[in-house]
Design a protein around this ligand. Structure first.
Ligand code: SIN
Length: 383
């Protein structure tokens, strides 16, 4: 039996309940009381069938029937697109360990890494429908549902790990804009954390030392972000939105020339093996928004809600402790592999990238990100 809304074909005197595939033929004589009673009865039966179908499909709980709860236990499926050893992979494992412990085993977390269950192209639909309960996508990936999350994509948002961790802390202007985001809430997502990945660098097969070197290159960007598209095109490159899980093959086959990303993601996806150069530009930040299906969360008993929020807070702290360190370990691993030359920019060379996009790109997207938020960030940087 499929989980659809009960279908009713209401020809006179004949009612079909599509969800069960049952039709009741009812020949009536005249249009008197008999017909009225029959219609009333039909309406009652239809309402009952619709209610049963809704409950059977988990509709009243806001998610799939396999979300549990009947015996007091729940399963959280957490899907993501990177490997287990990255900052997000490790923080997801930490969240699992913590929530299973804090809930006395009443919550089990199943982690699906590396786009093994859902990828960039279908994960938003999956969390909204309750096929998974948690995700931690980069800010850009919420672009169409909650465009303000593109604030995380603003180029040169911060100059050091310490500074970015302050700029995106829970109590910061950005933190508030993400945690309290009404578009995310309207999309049935509750924010549980903001996680770091790290600063972005350029990878390519030609050395990149200036915006001119990017001219004409086909650079992959994360899907969903007008800010990233604008930034990339301002530097003269062609911006190619693409799901993360497709990037390695696209690089290998020459569909794209390069991309911007972090050392941790280059190394864990072996992208360095098909890219001759990485330019350490630190020109942007990748941060993740840890979200849970809000209906699922609201259905949890309050002690289990507390277990989830505490575990998420502690996993967020853990992520903040390890993210930049893991990124540096990945850089070292790439250096040791000897496949890729790492170009470190001078401050002047980095400035040449910065002055073409700050504040121009920030200003062009202020309407979507929030003019006050952009002004506050500019004031903080003295821009
Ligand atoms: C991720 O780290 O989750 C993927 C980032 C990307 O798509 O570039």
């Amino acid at each position: 039996m499929g989980c659809g809304v009960a279908e009713v074909a209401g020809e006179e005197g004949s009612v079909c309940f599509g969800v069960f595939g049952v039709c009741g033929g009812g020949k009536t004589k005249g249009k008197g009381n008999g017909l009225k009673q029959f219609r009333l009865l039909s309406l009652l039966v239809v309402s009952l069938v619709a209610l049963l179908a809704l409950v059977g499909c988990g509709g009243l709980r806001g998610g799939g029937a396999d979300q549990g709860g009947e015996d007091g236990t729940y399963t959280i499926k957490l899907s993501h697109v990177v490997t287990a050893e990255t900052p997000k992979g490790a923080a997801s494992e930490k969240f699992k360990e913590l929530v299973e412990e804090k809930s006395d085993g009443n919550i089990t977390v199943e982690i699906y890494p590396n786009s093994s269950l859902y990828g960039d192209e279908d994960e938003m639909q999956a969390i909204q429908s309750g096929s998974v309960q948690m995700l931690a996508p980069a800010g850009a990936k919420f672009g169409t549902l909650a465009s303000q999350s593109q604030v995380l994509d603003l180029p040169f948002l911060a100059g050091s790990p310490e500074e970015i961790q302050e700029v995106v802390s829970k109590d910061s202007a950005i933190g508030q804009a993400i945690y309290e985001n009404e578009d995310l809430a309207a999309s049935n997502m509750k924010v549980l954390g903001l996680w770091d990945l790290g600063f972005k660098q350029f990878a390519s097969n030609t050395p990149i030392r200036s915006p001119e070197d990017l001219g004409g290159q086909k650079m992959r960007i994360q899907s969903g972000s007008d800010v990233l598209k604008d930034q990339t095109e301002t530097w003269g490159a062609s911006a190619t939105p693409m799901a993360f899980g497709e990037v390695f093959n696209a690089l290998q086959q020459g569909v794209i020339d390069g991309l911007e990303n972090t050392y941790a993601n280059f190394y864990s996806q072996k992208m360095h093996t098909v890219q001759k150069y990485i330019t350490e530009s630190n020109h942007g930040y990748i941060g993740y928004v840890l979200v849970i299906n809000e209906d699922f969360f609201n259905e949890l008993p309050s002690d289990l809600q507390q277990a989830v929020t505490e575990a998420a807070d502690e996993a967020t702290e853990y992520n903040r402790e390890i993210a930049f360190q893991k990124d540096q370990e990945a850089k070292k691993n790439i250096e040791d592999a000897g496949t890729t030359e790492i170009i470190e920019l001078s401050e002047g060379e980095r400035q040449a990238f910065k002055e073409t996009v700050v504040p121009a790109v920030w200003d062009r997207h202020a309407d979507v990100i929030g003019p006050e938020l952009v002004e506050e960030l500019k004031a903080k940087q003295g821009t």
